[in-house]
Design a protein around this ligand. Structure first.
Ligand SMILES: C[C@](O)(CO)[C@H](O)COP(=O)(O)OP(=O)(O)OC[C@H]1O[C@@H](n2ccc(N)nc2=O)[C@H](O)[C@@H]1O
Ligand SMILES: Nc1ncnc2c1ncn2[C@@H]1O[C@H](COP(=O)(O)OP(=O)(O)OP(=O)(O)O)[C@@H](O)[C@H]1O
Length: 297
């Protein structure tokens, strides 16, 4: 991208994929939203967002996953930027350019990561701290996953995504992420869970007993939990069943799970040699699927 009219180079940030390492649904609030508890990590892969500071707000989109994603007012980058402008009157914006690499509506929060990336760039441009309470409110107003994506650090997420624990230094996990190419809308998966508003099922488990010091220890902790949205998501997208089966059958696959509301699933491996070989083998089996080896941390 060329330098902006004022000579300043565009600001850039990576919008990393969010992965729910586990996810418990505790109940449904009277307003219809679901109370969750989830250990969230972030992948090395993601979209990229650039901001060329200037007088008017705009968005262009390119990249391998841009097809079908409109740069209109519904786009989460523009929604986040408008909400920022309303919360911080008189601040500067400019021309955003999004390179879309993550599959859309896939349970790894691509749109939320893009919205959070827009807020990070606007905060940097206008000298606002990421810890600013108004910025956090803006993030929560754009979407449930946006607050955790603001810093994109591993942490426990609770409430409807608005209660965040401290950033965690998790052991790095060697993962393969797989999406079968079926978009799954989050709202439908929560609906398929079938809870009535006001249903309160479980008390919060309180998260990790102690911070695991090795990937094997973390995997052992994760093996005791799951993703409560996997069963309703499979009713909507039965392909998820095949993704989980194929991931589990790969040599060296240690733990297999769906992220968020699906359909992206992940498998964990001992090292990058095993995860790279597994990704290659699965891409050969199912060339039309989105398959990526990456580090989660
Ligand atoms: C499933 C997760 O991805 C886990 O990280 C998130 O909870 C979903 O986050 P998100 O995609 O940012 O969700 P939003 O765009 O805010 O909400 C989409 C819809 O999902 C439902 N929703 C979302 C979050 C939540 N805790 N309870 C809900 O019931 C609501 O019907 C909402 O209208
Ligand atoms: N920049 C964007 N990138 C992706 N989706 C966007 C964007 N802007 C708006 N959307 C819309 O937001 C919806 C959710 O997309 P997203 O890719 O964030 O889903 P997701 O990965 O399932 O999210 P989550 O894991 O947070 O539930 C889609 O219907 C999509 O059309």
């Amino acid at each position: 991208m060329a330098a902006s009219a004022g000579g300043a180079l565009p600001l850039r940030t990576r919008a990393r994929a969010k992965v729910n390492l586990d996810l418990r649904v505790l109940g449904r609030r009277p307003d219809g939203y679901h109370e969750l508890e989830s250990l969230v990590a972030f992948a090395g892969i993601g979209d990229e967002l650039a901001l060329d500071p200037g007088p008017s707000l705009s968005l262009t989109i390119a990249g391998p996953r841009a097809a079908g994603l409109e740069a209109d007012d519904r786009n989460l980058v523009l929604r986040a930027a408008r909400a920022f402008g309303q919360a911080f009157p008189g601040t500067h914006a400019g021309a955003f350019h999004l390179t879309k690499r993550l599959p859309v509506a896939s349970g790894i929060g691509g749109g939320s990561a893009d919205a959070a990336a827009a807020l990070r760039l606007l905060a940097r441009l206008n000298g606002i701290a990421l810890s600013d309470p108004t910025l956090r409110e803006v993030a929560a107003g754009v979407g449930a996953d946006v607050p955790v994506c603001l810093e994109s650090r591993a942490r426990l997420m609770a409430g409807i995504g608005d209660r965040l624990g401290p950033a965690l230094r998790l052991p790095s996990l060697f993962a393969v992420l797989v999406n079968p190419g079926v978009p799954v809308e989050t709202v439908g998966v929560f609906r398929a869970l079938g809870l009535a508003a006001g249903d309160r099922l479980l008390a919060a488990g309180g998260g990790l007993p102690a911070l695991p010091t090795s990937a094997a220890e973390l995997r052992a902790v994760l093996a005791r939990s799951g993703n409560d949205l996997a069963v309703p998501a499979q009713r909507i997208a039965p392909e998820i069943g095949e993704v989980l089966e194929r991931l589990a059958a790969l040599p060296g696959s240690r733990l297999v799970r769906m992220s968020g509301s699906g359909a992206t699933c992940f498998a964990l491996f001992d090292d990058c040699v095993a995860s790279a070989a597994a990704a290659k083998a699965l891409a050969r089996q199912r060339p039309e699927w989105w398959v990526r080896a990456t580090l989660l941390r």
